[in-house]
Design a protein around this ligand. Structure first.
Ligand code: G1P
Length: 292
């Protein structure tokens, strides 16, 4: 029997320079899509996939994230005084229970692999998930749940993947594929951000991972990879051959919320999907799209 995936790491130390000035005093993970911060989408996805421990790897200026996932006595009291019990229930419904959240600081911006490594003692010796809040996935079955189902079948590591245009391979971790049934690809190698000419495929990793704990054996070496950073992709590559490693073309739509256009598109898509907003947003959009 495979070990249950109970823990998830959320690397949230990044500066968010692409969204300045909005991110000067606000963590980029707190930017809202419609009315919910990006990081809350990721935490809710993890909870819906059965995650019980939420480990945040933070950095300077990220207090708003800790406050967001904490009780706010003043707010609760005010909502209760005003009889807004629906809002009060909604605000409490997504809060993890006391003790389910842990925070550690990355201290130095040495790369995604380093951020994940900073959480090693929280994870210890069990399979775990990593979610990058920048990658927002709209799906009927939470994207992470889809990955965990594959992990439970194979006992190995699984990353969420999608096909990208070949000129974009230098933005992603890219799979070298051994076999591929159109949904699940068995991986024989991984390359971080290769130039299109050097890319072994166009199948790209997006920010959802289920990893076996041996990935820390390599991260412990602190080796620098592409861009001089300690890369998670390089550490994952060393596990291939020792345990199953797959890429899953998940069901759902991914929005790159680390990019302005992707972030705006996510806002539109999530607003259109809302029963209380969809129609009026559609009407507003038509003012910009129907040439008069
Ligand atoms: C990171 C990873 C990369 C992955 C991407 C997904 O890159 O290093 O392998 O494809 O996330 O969003 P970043 O976007 O942090 O540069």
């Amino acid at each position: 029997m495979t070990q249950k995936v109970r823990k998830a790491i959320f690397p949230v130390g990044g500066l968010g320079t692409r969204f300045l000035p909005a991110t000067k005093a606000l963590p980029k993970e707190m930017l809202p899509v419609v009315d919910k911060p990006l990081i809350q989408y990721a935490v809710e996805e993890a909870a819906a996939a059965g995650i019980e421990e939420f480990i945040f790897v933070t950095g300077r200026g990220k207090h708003a994230i800790e406050d967001h996932f904490d009780v706010s006595y003043e707010l609760d009291q005010t909502l209760s005084d005003r009889g807004k019990s629906d809002l009060l229930d909604m605000m409490q419904s997504w809060l993890p229970k006391p003790g389910q959240i842990a925070y550690t600081r990355q201290m130095q911006p040495l790369g995604l692999g380093h951020a994940v490594w900073c959480a090693r003692d929280f994870v210890a010796n069990e399979p775990f998930a990593v979610l990058l809040a920048d990658d927002l996935v709209m799906a009927d079955t939470p994207c992470l749940k889809q990955l965990i189902d594959i992990h439970d079948e194979t006992g190995g590591s699984v990353v969420a993947v999608m096909d990208v245009p070949s000129e974009h391979t230098d933005r992603y971790g890219i799979l070298d594929i051994e076999s591929d049934d159109g949904r699940l690809a068995s991986v024989k190698g991984l390359v971080e951000k290769p130039a299109p000419a050097d890319a072994p495929s166009t199948l790209s990793i997006i920010g959802r991972y289920v990893l076996r704990p041996e990935v820390f054996d390599h991260l412990n070496k602190q080796e620098q990879g592409a861009g001089g950073e300690i890369q998670l992709t390089d550490a994952m590559a060393t596990m291939i051959g020792n345990s199953p490693f797959h890429g899953l073309r998940f069901d759902g739509r991914r929005f790159d919320c680390g990019d302005k256009v992707g972030f705006l598109e996510a806002n539109i898509a999530f607003a259109l999907a809302r029963s209380d907003l969809g129609e009026s947003v559609q009407e507003v959009l038509s003012r910009y799209t129907d040439e008069k």
